[in-house]
Design a protein around this ligand. Sequence first.
Ligand code: FPP
Length: 230
Amino acid sequence: MPRHVAIIMDGNGRWARERGLPRIRGHEEGAESVRTVLRTCGEWGVQYLTLYAFSTENWKRPKTEVAALMRLLERFLRKEAPELMEQNVRLQAIGRLTDLPEACQKELHRVIELTAGNTGTTLILALSYSGRLEIIDAVRSLIQAVKAGHLDEAMIDPGVFSKHLYTRYYPDPDLLIRTSGEMRISNFLLWQLSYTEIYVTKKLWPDFRKPELLAAIEDYSTRQRRYGGL
Ligand code: FPP
């Protein structure tokens, strides 16, 4: 069983187009997949689930779609909070969270605080997230630490570096799932995915439910992880 699963949830728009529906209907159905996958991770003892919910590049989408996605996120947090408590889920978020609309930030921080003491699965939402910007932010933080005299430049190694990333509290993902068939990382967790097993499925995210998650985890369980060794 992977300890940490990360997912690039792709294909909401295509799912909606195939049905002649507006794109937001695809995102809504995608939110259903989030509920199912999170519940299943809890049942199976996956400790960390990181979801790529909104990238910094996603701000370039039409204003109406961005606004609808932000409303969906806020509604999801408000509606799901009691369920997260019930399931013992701890919510966390990574990314440039201050870019989010105020109402969204407020709800996000409320639910993060509410669930802070939970000990089941940690759900990490990547919001206004960019892997490159995360690395740049880490470099800035390291420079500050060196300038302030808290860190000796000679001590900087991968272990020290990762302590300056947004993900400093979590282990690296064991399994990356990408839906809708694209063979790309798309600026997601660039540092953290170095030794992660990658699983790509043609299924669109709204169609990714318990059987699809099982197939991904079964595939993962056949992999031999050597981390560059023999
Ligand atoms: C990619 O599909 C999906 C997104 C950019 C948004 C992901 C959001 C959700 C799954 C719903 C809300 C999330 C939470 C955490 C409640 P796409 O729009 O790029 O699809 P396409 O490539 O087929 O157009």
